[in-house]
Design a protein around this ligand. Structure first.
Ligand code: KIV
Length: 277
C-alpha cells in the first residue's frame, strides 16, 4: 500500500511486512513544517541525530543530546498524521548497556510519541536490541557507516569492502536476529547491500547503499540543498533551496537599504478604509 493511500500511521510490524514489497520511502525531519510536507509521501520519518550537524552547526553527531532529540521529535510529531515517526538515540544514551538504553528509549517514546527508536551498531548492540524489543520498544538498527563511531572508524568511509563484508553481513544478521524490525545500511557497497537485502528477513533501508534495498532514506536538508557544507556522493539534490533562500535574503537586504521595502501595499493608512472621518 502506498503512503498516500494509507489512513493511519503504520506500525513497526507494517514496515517489517513490507520486506521485498513496494519500496519504503523515508526522509529525516526536525521541524513541524517539514514533517507536514513529507507526511503524505513517506512511510516513516526519522528524527535523525543529523539534526546536530544540519540545524545546530555541530561538527559531528556526537554532541547531540537527549533534550535536543526530544524537542525536535515533539515538533515533528505535531506535523505527522500518517507517517510513523522513528527517533534516533543520541550518542552516549544507550551504549553502556540494556538498562541505560531502556531508560532513555522509554523516555524518547513517552515524551515524543515516537513509534520506534533507532540505534547504531551491529553484533555489539544485539543484546540491547533484544532487551528493548522484549519490553515494548520497537528498534530500527543502523549498520555500515555509523556516524556516532567516526572516531573509531577513522572518518566517513565506505564500510564493508573486501573482507570487511563478512563482518557487516554478520552485524546485519545479528540485529535482525535480536528483533530489529528494519535496518539502515549506510555507505555500503552496492553488491554487499544487495546480498544483505537478499539474506535478511527484515527490510533494509539504504542511504548510500543500493536501489535494491527495501527502502531509501536521505537527510532532508541534503536533498533540498539546504545543507551545503559538504555533499556526500550518495546525496541527490532534488532542489537548491539554500541558494534560493540566500538570493531572497540578499534581495530583501538591498530593498531595505534602498528604502523600496516596505512599499505602499505593505503599510497602513492613517485612517481605516471606509472609516467615517
Ligand atoms: O541521523 C540521521 O539522519 C540518520 C540517517 C542518515 C539514516 O541516521
Amino acid at each position: 500500500m502506498s503512503a498516500t493511500a494509507r489512513k493511519s500511521a503504520p506500525l513497526p510490524d507494517d514496515i517489517r511486512a513490507r520486506k521485498g514489497g513496494a519500496p519504503l520511502v523515508s526522509l529525516t525531519a526536525y521541524t513541524t513544517p517539514m514533517a507536514q510536507m513529507m507526511d503524505a509521501h513517506c512511510d516513516f520519518v526519522l528524527v535523525g541525530d543529523s539534526v546536530g550537524m544540519v540545524l545546530h552547526g555541530l561538527p559531528s553527531t556526537l554532541g547531540v543530546t537527549m533534550e535536543m532529540m526530544i524537542l525536535h521529535a515533539q515538533a515533528v510529531k505535531r506535523g505527522l498524521d500518517r507517517a510513523m515517526m522513528v527517533v534516533d538515540m543520541p550518542f552516549g544514551s544507550y551504549e553502556e548497556g540494556p538498562q541505560q538504553a531502556f531508560r532513555n528509549a522509554a523516555r524518547l517514546m513517552a515524551e515524543t510519541g515516537a513509534g520506534a527508536v533507532k540505534l547504531e551498531g551491529g553484533e555489539s548492540m544485539a543484546e540491547t536490541i533484544a532487551f528493548l524489543t522484549a519490553r515494548g520498544i520497537p528498534v530500527m538498527a543502523h549498520v555500515g557507516l555509523t556516524p556516532q563511531s567516526i572516531n573509531t572508524l577513522g572518518g566517513y568511509k565506505v564500510q564493508g569492502r573486501g573482507a570487511a563484508g563478512d563482518r557487516l553481513m554478520a552485524d546485519a544478521h545479528a540485529v535482525a536476529g535480536a528483533g530489529a524490525f528494519a535496518v539502515v545500511l549506510e555507505k555500503v557497497p552496492q553488491g554487499l547491500a544487495d546480498r544483505v537485502t537478499g539474506e535478511l528477513p527484515i527490510p533494509t533501508i539504504g542511504i548510500g547503499a543500493s536501489a535494491g534495498c527495501d527502502g531509501q532514506i536521505l537527510v532532508v536538508d541534503d536533498m533540498l540543498g539546504l545543507f551545503t557544507a559538504f555533499k556526500p556522493k550518495f546525496v541527490k539534490r532534488y532542489a537548491s533551496l539554500g541558494e534560493q533562500a540566500e538570493a531572497a535574503i540578499a534581495a530583501y537586504a538591498a530593498e531595505v537599504r534602498a528604502r523600496t521595502f516596505p512599499a505602499d501595499e505593505h503599510v497602513f493608512a492613517d485612517t481605516a478604509p471606509g472609516a467615517k472621518p
